[in-house]
Design a protein. Structure first.
Length: 181
């Protein structure tokens, strides 16, 4: 895969997101856009990447399974949904990259890299903190205190991985070196 082609594809997907009216179409484009952004980052780090299909999104060096999640950055923060958690529970991938994009421009703001082991807590369902279809979710909040207030209001927990993400973002941001065989 050529980097220039991938960059052109990514820009086209970003533009398409601006004009997508249907929620399902938007979700599909958003996923493809985030996958292309991660593929670009990995190619720039001299990785060999292939696009894949479910149950994971990218394959590195023919063996490392990478899941890509995308969340729009709202006033409070963003979320990476794992549906009901089966991808994590059934070890369908090795690493996950959570791409946080600006809600208006769709420009990428953060790339957070996690091993599947780091995400195990996310199989705990928190339906009061999100929509019923996506109770297995990882949150990134701009202000951790707001997250604590939401947790107290709903009676649902903040995961240890979310506490680590907020107290030590350097352990996750742009940590492409975590993705290894």
């Amino acid at each position: 895969m050529e980097l220039k082609e991938l960059e052109a594809m990514s820009e086209g997907l970003r533009i398409a997101l601006k004009y997508a009216k249907d929620k399902r179409r938007f979700a599909a484009l958003e996923g493809m856009y985030a996958e292309s952004l991660v593929a670009i980052k990995l190619l720039m780090n001299k990785r060999i990447i292939e696009f894949h299909g479910p149950p994971f999104d990218l394959l590195e060096n023919g063996k490392i399974k990478i899941e890509v999640k995308c969340g729009k950055l709202w006033d409070y923060g963003a979320g990476a949904s794992f549906g009901e958690g089966s991808q994590i529970r059934e070890n369908k991938f090795h690493y996950c990259v959570f791409v946080i994009i600006d809600k208006d421009s769709f420009e990428p703001k953060k790339f957070l890299v996690f091993s599947i082991k780091e995400l195990k807590e996310c199989i705990t369902l928190r339906p009061k903190m999100t929509t019923p279809e996506t109770p297995s979710i990882l949150f990134y909040y701009k202000d951790f205190h707001e997250f604590e207030v939401e947790s107290e209001r709903t009676g649902e927990p903040i995961f240890n991985i979310e506490k680590k993400l907020h107290s030590h973002p350097e352990w996750f941001e742009e940590r492409w070196d975590k993705i290894s065989s």
